[in-house]
Design a protein around this ligand. Structure first.
Ligand SMILES: Cc1cc2nc3c(=O)[nH]c(=O)nc-3n(C[C@H](O)[C@H](O)[C@H](O)COP(=O)(O)OP(=O)(O)OC[C@H]3O[C@@H](n4cnc5c(N)ncnc54)[C@H](O)[C@@H]3O)c2cc1C
Length: 218
């Protein structure tokens, strides 16, 4: 049996833990963090599905598109299921306004509806600085509902209290394993973390699986 520790219990950590547990049901997956729920950044986020290429430095567009598409497939399947209410993943529509002419965003191909705003629609906003805009029908992930639902799927296997004994034990085992020890990093989602967490955690899962299959230690 594998023992896998996920460090951090924001939306990224919890999504990663859930995906690992789903793919590797025999593994003991534990989320270790000093803060959970309303004490994380994730809790206060808007969760609107409007990922952009400009907001995450160092992530190439192809990977960003894959994260976004994987996330869309996951969230849209929930939004149209009986879980929509419980998870707080719902369909929303509205305008996204710009002062300068924007590029067509990467989500344009798969949100429910996407088009440029008409001149009439722009004028009705009565915001003279904003001369461009899109009408989008997309999803919102209400974190205050989705996060507890996701955390519950992690089989209550999490720990709020980082004891010194745990910390020392982890460090000692890591030291013993170095240089074979492998750490998969999955952080730095900037202003898109709620939306991209599902897709990036699938990539983290693949890295973990390839580490296991190459018999190297995690
Ligand atoms: C106002 C606002 C609006 C936003 N709106 C959106 C939006 O509409 N759509 C969107 O996709 N994103 C949005 N975001 C961005 C989103 O909130 C973040 O990208 C996302 O929450 C990052 O998730 P995370 O799990 O990486 O980090 P966090 O939620 O910050 O979680 C980090 C976890 O790591 C733990 N941790 C950190 N250091 C240690 C340590 N040394 N020891 C133990 N534990 C540790 C913390 O306790 C916490 O559990 C918004 C952000 C803000 C602030």
């Amino acid at each position: 049996m594998y023992n896998i520790a996920v460090l951090g219990a924001g939306i990224v950590g919890v999504s990663t833990a859930v995906n690992i547990q789903k793919k590797l049901p025999g593994a003991k997956v534990r989320v270790i963090s000093d803060r959970f729920d309303q004490d994380t950044t994730s809790w206060g986020a808007g969760g609107i599905f409007l990922p952009t290429t400009t907001r995450i430095q160092g992530l190439d567009e192809a990977r960003l598109k894959k994260y976004a598409k994987d996330a869309w497939d996951q969230y849209s399947s929930i939004a149209t299921s009986e879980l929509a209410c419980e998870t707080g993943i719902q369909v929303v529509s509205g305008y996204v306004l710009f002062k300068q002419e924007p590029q067509i965003p990467l989500y344009a191909d798969y949100v429910y509806s996407f088009r440029k705003m008409t001149k009439d629609e722009l004028e009705r906003q009565k915001l003279s600085d904003y001369n461009y805009g899109f009408y989008v029908q997309t999803l919102v992930v209400t974190v205050k509902k989705y996060y507890p639902w996701l955390l519950k799927r992690q089989k209550d296997n999490y720990n709020l209290n980082n004891s010194n004994a745990d910390t020392n034990s982890i460090l000692q085992r890591c030291e013993r394993l170095v240089p074979a020890v492998k750490v998969v990093h999955n952080y730095g989602h900037g202003s898109n973390g709620i939306i991209l967490s599902w897709g990036s955690s699938l990539e983290a899962l693949q890295l973990i699986i390839s580490s296991l299959s190459s018999k190297s230690k995690l």
